[in-house]
Design a protein around this ligand. Structure first.
Ligand code: IMP
Length: 496
């Protein structure tokens, strides 16, 4: 006989619906804030917040440098995958931290190069503006597409066609895009070279890029105005990986494990608490109140909830372990609130695995999660680190689990010691750029919160009223009893 048998079935997010509350001007969509707490911080420590309640999964097919940059610029956070060497992961973190919106790393040329050679480089690289520097890296001039013709000037030297330094407006030690914009606006140039106090070239800022770069009001930045980055770690090589990631600039760590209620995770969290007390770690994954308490007492500053629900996950089928995400959230939220009453420490919770679209995100938040982690959602985007391919007239991107055979080619992934796979490999339909998709998702979440009469996530936790719906009621909630000749309805979340 088992120690305990729960006879109530566990529930998924799909089985809940929200009842509307009283909507007012204060809770209209424009007045809703999606800011949320990312990790618990002690007094005097940096306050870890997200501007939107969404993070991307630590997976090879989801979170690389491009995702890290774009998602942080849009207010969320990517967790760079740890199923790669420590050096590679640290290099990715460094690339994200180095990124400065609108500041382009210049490809410079020397004054005595032939224009013909510059033209060849331009064809190869796909850009045609070149700063010119001397041997000490001091700026000598600039060559833009208006200054040379590949056929007519091929035999001339760069110095004969460049706009010389004396005629250029430059930005001195500027690192803020708005300041660069002001200088550029007053000049007649299409590009602004940024130099240091010794007139050595640092970056270029292009007029055509500026609007794009100023347009990220939710950008998630650290105190030095660099993008925030998350990095995943495992419970095997953490003593080497954590120091390297922290050194590279990772702001927050997340343990990537399908079952966090383990002595390995305890050891990992305790070691980090001892050696890097200021670096917050998200522990997980767990699906029980006990699991939550265990991780928090070991030092987790936030906790991921979810086992068995991921779109690529076959854990439930392979091992029989897992729980419907809604029930797991409810159980853990109760314990989190109890812990808060006892200690005054509010531990943010992430709902992870099987979250498909805006309504799932909304239900997870209403149930008490502070943010969600998603893999499939992001794998479909331009910024995920995979190549697009065409399958039967559709543009697809590959997506695979960290416990799939493909991810496990890298030796110390999350399912390291297993003799079987816990994830599959497949394809998801390409959705385009993140910045063209995320606003719609966020606007649906806000609209739902507005209907419920709440202004922010804290109020959502306090006031949301949810109800379990029957299977028939879910059926009724879909389009029914009409004929749609070309049923490619664009309101639907995509199937794949
Ligand atoms: P999705 O958003 O439904 O695609 O789920 C993504 C989540 O699935 C991740 O954040 C992980 O928690 C989990 N996951 C990643 N790889 C695997 C796997 O191979 N097996 C089981 N779960 C996985």
């Amino acid at each position: 006989m088992a120690k305990h048998i729960i006879n109530e079935p566990s529930r998924t997010l799909m089985e809940y619906r929200l009842l509307p509350g009283y909507t007012t001007h204060e809770t209209s969509i424009d007045n809703i804030l999606l800011e949320t707490s990312l990790a618990y911080s002690e007094e005097g420590e940096r306050d870890y917040k997200l501007n939107i309640p969404i993070i991307s999964a630590a997976m090879q097919s989801v979170s690389g440098v491009e995702m890290g940059i774009e998602l942080a610029r849009l207010g969320g956070l990517a967790f760079i995958f740890c199923s790669q060497s420590i050096d590679h992961e640290s290099a990715m973190i460094r690339d994200i931290k180095r990124f400065k919106a609108g500041f382009v790393e210049p490809f410079y040329v020397h004054p005595d190069m032939l224009i013909g050679d510059v033209f060849e480089i331009s064809k190869m690289k796909g850009f045609n503006t070149f700063p010119i520097v001397d041997k000490d890296h001091k700026l000598l001039g600039i060559l833009t597409k208006n200054d040379y013709s590949g056929s007519h000037h091929a035999h001339l030297r760069v110095s004969e066609r460049m706009i010389p330094r004396e005629q250029l407006v430059v930005g001195k030690n500027i690192s803020d895009i708005k300041e660069a914009n002001q200088v550029l606006r007053e000049s007649h140039q299409s590009v602004l070279p940024i130099v240091n106090s010794n007139d050595q070239l640092l970056n270029l800022v292009f007029r055509k890029d500026i609007r794009n770069h100023i347009n990220y009001p939710l950008e998630l930045l650290d105190e030095k105005k660099r993008l925030l980055t998350g990095a995943a770690i495992n419970t095997h090589d953490f003593m080497d990986r954590v120091p390297a990631l922290v050194e590279a600039g990772a702001d927050i760590l997340a343990v990537d494990s399908s079952d966090g209620h383990s002595s390995y995770q305890k050891k990992t969290l305790e070691w980090i608490r001892l050696h890097y007390p200021g670096v917050p770690v998200i522990g997980g994954n767990i699906i029980t109140a006990k699991g939550f308490r265990f991780l928090v007492e070991a030092g987790a500053r936030a906790v991921k909830i979810g086992m068995g629900g991921g779109s690529i996950c076959i854990t439930q089928e392979q091992k029989g372990t897992g729980r419907g995400l809604a029930t797991a959230i409810i159980d853990v939220v109760r314990e989190r609130n109890k812990y808060y009453e006892e200690t005054g420490k509010y531990i943010p919770l992430a709902a992870d695995g099987g979250i498909v679209d805006a309504k799932d995100i909304t239900i997870a938040l209403a149930l008490g999660a502070d943010y969600v982690m998603m893999g499939r959602y992001f794998a479909r985007m331009e910024e995920s680190p995979t190549e697009k391919i065409q399958i039967s007239n559709r543009i697809m991107k590959p997506y695979w689990g960290e416990g799939s055979a493909r991810a496990r080619e890298w030796k110390s992934a999350r399912y390291y010691q297993m003799k079987f796979v816990e994830g599959v490999e497949g394809f998801v339909q390409y959705a385009g750029k993140l910045r063209d998709n995320l606003p719609e998702t966020l606007s649906k979440i806000k609209s739902s919160m507005s209907s419920c009469g709440v202004q922010n996530i804290k109020e959502f936790h306090d006031k949301a009223v949810l109800e379990i719906v029957s299977a028939l009621s879910i059926r009724e909630g879909k389009v029914h009893d009409i004929y749609m000749p070309n049923d490619s309805s664009d309101y639907k979340s995509d199937k794949y």
